[in-house]
Write a protein that binds this ligand. Structure first.
Ligand SMILES: [Zn+2]
Length: 178
């Protein structure tokens, strides 16, 4: 009986081994991002995409991390923005480097709050931050003008340069710059 069982499992192994091998897919490329939020002081290190697949749990983490830091409201981000950040840092040879976040999602209330304060010039009435399609960032060790130029070279959405506040706005809206 014992021998029979062994034989049985061995036959199973021989049967399944070649199958297992043939269905094996090449390791999918991992897309990783690391962030530091300058307002909440939180950090996030996340693989948000494997190959062509976005990872839902990772996107949830990103949505929460990029919540409106004034109100705590969360909105689902357009994942193309994360691809843009991934390609932007890669184009600067800083793949996987930490990205400082100044602002992610903004509720209409928060946007109006910023807009009506003279120190925040250039806050649009219909800002894409309210659609969770925009992010304000800087990269430690990379001059902001260089970051802006790299973002412009990608030619994917809007690029805003805020020299006095030392950050760059990127979004996945139509291609434009200011
Ligand atoms: Zn912005």
């Amino acid at each position: 009986m014992r021998i029979n069982l062994c034989r049985l499992s061995l036959s199973f192994f021989l049967l399944l081994a070649p199958l297992g091998h043939s269905t094996e897919t090449p390791t999918a490329r991992e897309y990783r991002l690391r962030f530091f939020h300058t307002h909440t002081r939180e950090r996030l290190d996340v693989v948000y995409r494997r190959g062509e697949q976005y990872i839902p749990e990772a996107l949830d983490e990103l949505d929460h991390f990029l919540r409106d830091h004034r109100t705590g409201d969360v909105r689902h981000f357009d994942p193309r923005l994360f691809d843009l950040l991934h390609d932007l840092t890669a184009s600067l040879g800083d793949s996987g480097g930490e990205i400082d976040v100044i602002c992610g999602y903004r509720t209409p209330w928060s946007n109006e709050f910023l807009r009506t304060r003279s120190m925040h010039t250039g806050v649009a009435r219909h800002s894409l931050h309210m659609q969770a399609e925009a992010i304000d960032i800087r990269l430690p060790g990379v001059p902001t003008a260089e970051l802006r130029d790299a973002a412009l070279r990608l030619h994917r959405g809007g690029v805003g340069y805020y020299r006095s506040s030392d950050f760059v706005h990127v979004d996945v809206g139509r291609v434009r710059h200011w």
